[in-house]
Design a protein around this ligand. Structure first.
Ligand code: ADP
Length: 295
């Protein structure tokens, strides 16, 4: 079982032909509302791939939050530790996806959505094999990463751009820090992937890695840069690709795989998701993924 910790929101997705060069009105070719948020998407990925998963998160006490929880339960994510914070609003985003599958996102997060993680259980549930934390709820992620350290279980940190201070604080607590390329660039103040990984490695005893979109995945192993190429696919929607990667990666670690084979499994899951429109709705099942890998 994997424990995911972080953010759950609602994404409003619009398919458009191309991004406008200046402010104007654009008609969408398609529209869909789906749940989002890095930790929530990763949790759905784990459930779809046949793993057991719990999500520790918060939403507002509005209708959106109720819908977000219902959708997660539908995917068989254990939502018993999602808190509905009184008087607060659930995070939402508008996601424009163009013809190449690239996205432009406007996100709203209620700043008053309680950041205090003291109501979370002070111990990990017994059966947890791996934890996965995003950096958008740093106080909870720190608490859970420390628990994982004490229990000597693997932990995946989704080291994303949104919260620089948190990345620096949390990277040393995780056994596997997975950077997005912009976050690694920001941390290391260099465009060079190898230099970035080495700078990140100087801050942790864990494994440091980076997802590189269509260029795949890279990590440091015994001081050497290792790479896995991305699956050659026609991307129609890259929303949640990173989250799917993190979820599948954490599940593979929980199943005892090495960084290399977890990276291969996660790259396949993320690539298959990119071939389908609709953010989270495109996350594959285990059967679909097995078929995709053997094709
Ligand atoms: P994020 O969604 O956080 O920006 P990336 O864009 O790095 O993350 O994508 C995460 C992973 O998804 C990549 O490491 C790769 O495995 C897969 N992926 C993303 N875009 C593509 C693509 N165009 N073709 C194949 N795989 C992709």
């Amino acid at each position: 079982r994997v424990l995911c910790v972080g953010v759950a929101v609602l994404d409003n997705m619009f398919a458009i032909d191309h991004f406008p060069a200046e402010p104007t009105k654009v008609f969408a070719r398609n529209f869909r509302q789906v749940g989002g948020g890095p930790a929530a998407n990763a949790a759905v990925t784990i459930a779809r791939l046949g793993g057991k998963v719990s999500l520790w998160a918060r939403v507002g006490d509005d209708g959106i939050g109720a819908g977000v929880i219902a959708e997660l339960s539908h995917y068989k994510v254990d939502t018993s530790t999602i808190r509905r914070v009184p008087g607060r609003r659930t995070g939402v985003s508008a996601v424009m996806v163009d013809e190449n599958g690239e996205r432009f996102i406007i996100a709203f997060a209620d700043r008053e959505l309680d950041a205090d993680p003291s109501w979370l259980p002070s111990q990990l549930p017994d059966e947890i094999d791996t934890v996965l934390c995003d950096v958008r709820w740093p106080a909870a992620s720190e608490k859970v990463l420390r628990m994982a350290l004490e229990n000597r279980i693997p932990s995946v940190l989704d080291a994303d751009l949104t919260n620089d201070d948190a990345v620096e604080r949390l990277i040393g607590l995780s056994s596997h820090a997975v950077f997005s390329a912009p976050a690694l660039r920001r941390l290391a103040a260099t465009d060079d992937i190898e230099g970035g990984l080495r700078a990140a490695q100087s801050q942790t005893r864990g494994t440091v890695s980076v997802t590189l979109g269509a260029d795949g995945f890279a990590w440091l192993e015994h001081g050497e840069v290792r790479r896995i190429r991305a699956f050659p696919i026609e991307a129609v929607d890259t929303l949640a690709a990173g989250d799917v990667f993190h979820g599948a990666f954490a599940l593979a670690l929980a199943e005892g795989h090495s960084t290399e084979s977890a990276g291969q499994f996660a790259g396949a899951a993320a690539a298959l998701k990119c071939t389908r429109w609709g953010g989270r709705a495109g996350i594959p099942t285990r059967e679909e993924l097995d078929e995709f890998i053997t094709e």
